[in-house]
Design a protein around this ligand. Structure first.
Ligand SMILES: [Zn+2]
Ligand SMILES: [Zn+2]
Length: 324
């Protein structure tokens, strides 16, 4: 399922099966999670996207074949995340910040991703997955989980955590936050009772409209909704010294706000991409929580419908494309 140009719909195309080059794997895709970033790729909101592009960066698949210089065995089940490659030599790569690499390759954005039967990936950026979980259940861990976890770490030891936008990422983060003894407050679109109920089921102690004040001051907030107007809303909700983490790759403009809501050492920051260490840490943590993902499996050829439903905010949990 490819996108030919920014704003064009997903289209089913037949392509020759790709061949893995040196250091690469050919993976038979079993499941691929659908992420809001796929929407941004489809809508042309990410500038560096290559078109035509096969989106999808939460790939669970099995190694079908491999190029020279690859250790992973044929038949190994692997996960392929957003970070598809880095240069290894720039000032970010050499300072443990490969998520900021100048030359990074991104799965489903600058190289073809997992909305397909097969995908090729650099083996050094693939992760073996535990054998005892289902493909569909694992897929959302590879972006919603990984990026969500990086966002959570940026909140430090915040006890009272606000989550703005309760979809695939928040439903995983809230489980980890509860496991770590934090308190979770979920903010959704006004009137989205289904999302609020979902948040309570995932461990939030309170869920309500983002337009309403928080029931008590927060120590940190994570914004998963791509809505810039929520930045000042969250800043007003966090206590002195609190941090507001913007977890999305794209957001509408942030309105101006008075300095006094940033004053007292409040912080606004973004989280960009992931490092391989993030993936290793989070994939080891997930079974200990244990994280239970709520998924909606959708056949690959209906990927366009999955994106539309995500755009309209109709999904409760994570949509996952499945091949047959
Ligand atoms: Zn680099
Ligand atoms: Zn993603």
């Amino acid at each position: 399922m490819q996108i030919a140009a920014p704003g064009a719909p997903l289209e089913l195309v037949r392509r020759r099966r790709p061949e893995p080059g040196p250091g690469e794997l050919l993976v038979r895709v079993r499941a691929c999670g659908v992420c809001r970033t796929d929407l941004h790729v489809a809508d042309g909101e990410l500038e560096a996207t290559r078109y035509p592009i096969v989106p999808g960066h939460q790939i669970v698949g099995v190694v079908e074949s491999r190029g020279p210089a690859v250790d992973l065995a044929v038949g190994t089940r692997v996960g392929i995340p957003w970070l598809g490659g880095t240069c290894g030599t720039c000032r970010y790569c050499t300072r443990d910040r490969e998520n900021l690499c100048d030359e990074a390759i991104f799965t489903g954005c600058t190289r073809d991703g997992g909305f397909a039967d097969y995908a090729v990936a650099d083996a050094r950026y693939c992760f073996p997955l535990p054998e005892d979980a289902e493909d569909v259940a694992l897929a959302p861990l590879l972006c919603a989980g990984l990026i969500g976890h990086r966002c959570l770490r940026m909140t430090g030891d915040a006890e009272r955590l606000g989550l703005y936008g309760f979809g695939a990422a928040a439903h995983i983060v809230s489980q980890v936050a509860r496991y770590e003894g934090r308190r979770v407050f979920a903010f959704t679109r006004p009137g989205d009772v289904a999302a609020q109920r979902f948040a309570l089921e995932c461990g939030a102690e309170w869920a309500g409209d983002s337009s309403a004040p928080a029931p008590e001051p927060l120590d940190a907030a994570i914004l998963f909704a791509p809505v810039g107007a929520l930045v000042p809303v969250a800043l007003r909700a966090v206590d002195k010294g609190g941090v507001v983490v913007c977890g999305g790759i794209h957001m509408s403009d942030i309105p101006t706000f008075p300095y006094r809501i940033l004053w007292e050492e409040r912080v606004v920051r973004s989280v960009a991409n992931l490092t391989r260490r993030d993936a290793e840490e989070f994939l080891a943590l997930a079974p200990r929580v244990p994280i239970r993902t709520r998924t909606l499996p959708i056949p690959l050829e209906r990927a366009g419908e999955a994106l539309d439903r995500l755009r309209r905010g109709e999904l409760s949990g994570a949509a996952v494309l499945v091949t047959d």
